[in-house]
Write a protein that binds this ligand. Structure first.
Ligand SMILES: Cc1cc2nc3c(=O)[nH]c(=O)nc-3n(C[C@H](O)[C@H](O)[C@H](O)COP(=O)(O)OP(=O)(O)OC[C@H]3O[C@@H](n4cnc5c(N)ncnc54)[C@H](O)[C@@H]3O)c2cc1C
Length: 525
């Protein structure tokens, strides 16, 4: 039985480990931290339990698909709830004066579930309610939403039933006349921003359908309309939450892996990938231990694996290559434990009440600490009392920042005060004098904990020039038996794509092990 070492126990590493073990490999997962999860780890203090990273559970079908592969059903593993409202958007007066004109022949609008000019919209779960919202804001926009959903559903289904599961080792995988025809018919090479505005004149509606691409690490102006599939995931498939926290998903994956006899070595940083005669033969850990293997699958950050864990002759990409990549933003995060309640704050709130372009410029064009950032507040204790002590609230704040920005406590605190002032104004009560637990996390923490290049949070941005075969490859061209998975390779950032990445890397590795098995006439390649 061939032995594979998997570096990293995040979504990609765990997915890879499960697929490899199911494919007949003996698997050892080597993880630097004392728990699985990677960017989806937990941190707890004084009875508050924080998910450190992901908080939006989207694309439930992909999680179902993963667990079903191993004979498990999601409801047997964790208790998933659909959130309604899906989330709240705080607009302030952004986009308020751009209400659309009625389209000719539009039916009379039904009663809007939100006032078009209101500074706050609660976005309802389910397409019928969402359609009413759109129609109430811009006459005719309900029918436009139907069209938008039909197109993005098509892309979503094509991607997740097929294209996303191609390992992108070569452009030839995508030489498919049907794909080219469909992409050009729907003009998918346009930006998501242009695509959104081809459906909706009301600025808020356009923003509502384009914001989900921010998960992919670039603004809608720099992301292909192909990623409209994210809006389909949001609007049609819904926003979910596993009771107990996002980490429940990680725990379920670890359980599946252990049932497949995967061995976990926590608190074991890998210091070197061992290469002999051009082939990966194992790893050396920080304690000096050598773990020999027939292949290595590295799911830690690609840049860290190549530039730190491999000797220079074995690296495929130069420092110049990495400098030329568009990284996804980093983030300033705050984990807050608060005495008492939060007023009527829902589980997810997006503060889009300041100028988007100014913030995007501070993230992408002229990296700097934003003065008045857009931000996101997550309050899981609204849904789940287990993540905070009784009569207390759990709050997570996320402020996107430029990767590589100079990090300082003072800069963090200045942003924190501004953001908290806006949050307090929104909930109509003071919060800062009730804080019991407070921890910040930003660029230097991402670097220290994950070796993240420039302290990025979500890997590489899914710009058109960094999509599919244009991403760092999941098989090394320099070292035989070395494979990569995770959010810096295909398909990209996010929990569901990381699951897919682990599966793809495991599949390519297993195919090669099988092709070179001794009974096929060869040893390991
Ligand atoms: C703040 C934040 C919010 C997010 N929100 C969402 C969300 O709401 N929804 C969503 O779908 N996605 C979200 N994401 C993205 C998602 O969390 C990631 O894309 C995904 O978790 C990445 O998984 P991964 O396995 O590729 O990488 P990681 O989770 O980073 O896993 C890599 C693992 O490798 C380990 N490692 C690194 N170096 C070594 C070494 N030398 N030796 C041993 N082990 C090593 C690390 O400790 C880590 O456990 C968010 C991410 C962040 C940071």
């Amino acid at each position: 039985m061939p032995h594979t070492v998997v570096i990293g126990a995040g979504f990609a590493g765990l997915a890879a480990a499960c697929h490899l073990a199911r494919g007949g490999a003996r698997v050892t997962v080597v993880e630097r931290h004392d728990q699985a999860g990677g960017r989806a780890r937990t941190w707890s203090q004084d009875g508050f339990l924080f998910d450190m990273g992901p908080s939006w559970y989207w694309m439930p079908d992909l999680f179902e698909r993963f667990f079903r592969t191993f004979g498990r059903e999601v409801p047997d593993l964790y208790d998933l709830r659909r959130l309604d409202p899906s989330y709240r958007v705080v607009w302030g007066d952004v986009g308020a004066a751009t209400g659309g004109l009625p389209r000719s022949g539009s039916p009379a609008p039904s009663m809007p579930p939100v006032a078009p000019e209101a500074p706050v919209w609660d976005i309802p779960a389910g397409l019928p309610a969402l359609r009413d919202l759109f129609e109430g804001v811009e006459p005719g926009a309900g029918a436009q939403l139907d069209r938008f959903i039909a197109e993005t559903k098509y892309i979503y289904e094509a991607a997740f039933s097929d294209y996303l599961f191609r390992p992108s080792l070569s452009f030839l995988e995508f030489v498919d006349p049907r794909l080219v025809l469909e992409l050009s018919r729907m003009r998918m090479l346009r930006s998501m921003a242009t695509y959104a505005r081809s459906f909706f004149r009301n600025e808020r509606l356009a923003r509502l359908v384009e914001w989900p691409v921010l998960f992919l690490g670039a603004p809608a102006t720099r992301t292909s309309a192909m990623y409209g599939l994210m809006a389909y995931a949001d609007m049609a498939l819904g926003t979910w939450y596993p009771l107990g926290g996002m980490h429940r998903v990680i725990e379920a994956m670890v359980r599946v892996a252990e049932e497949l006899d995967v061995e976990f070595r926590f608190h074991t940083p890998v210091e070197r990938i061992l290469v002999e005669e051009g082939r990966a033969v194992g790893v050396r850990t920080a304690s000096g231990e050598t773990i020999r293997a027939d292949a290595v699958l590295a799911s830690a950050d690609y840049h860290h694996v190549e530039q730190v864990l491999l000797d220079p002759p074995h690296r495929q990409y130069s420092p110049r290559y990495w400098e030329g990549r568009v990284m996804s933003p980093s983030s300033l995060l705050y984990y807050l434990g608060i005495d008492g309640d939060l007023g009527a704050l829902p589980h997810h709130t997006l503060f889009f009440d300041r100028d988007l372009d100014t913030h995007m410029e501070a993230v992408y064009t002229h990296p700097s600490w934003p003065r008045e950032p857009l931000f996101y507040a997550c309050a899981p204790s609204v849904t789940d009392p287990t993540v905070a002590p009784e009569a207390c609230s759990n709050v997570f704040l996320l402020i996107p920042l430029a990767p590589g920005l100079e990090d300082s406590d003072e800069a963090r605190e200045q942003v924190f005060q501004g953001v908290m002032q806006r949050l307090e104004a929104h909930v109509g009560r003071p919060l800062r004098d009730r804080i019991r637990v407070k921890r910040s996390y930003a660029m230097r923490d991402f670097e220290a904990d994950y070796g993240a290049f420039k302290g990025n949070a979500y890997g590489m941005a899914n710009t058109l020039m960094q999509t599919g075969p244009l991403k760092p490859k999941l098989r090394s061209s320099k070292v035989r038996g070395l494979y990569f998975a995770g959010q810096l390779t295909v398909p990209g950032p996010g929990m569901p794509p990381s699951l897919v990445s682990g599966e793809l890397a495991a599949r390519v590795l297993l195919e090669e092990l099988a092709a070179h098995a001794p009974d096929k006439g060869g040893g390991p390649r």
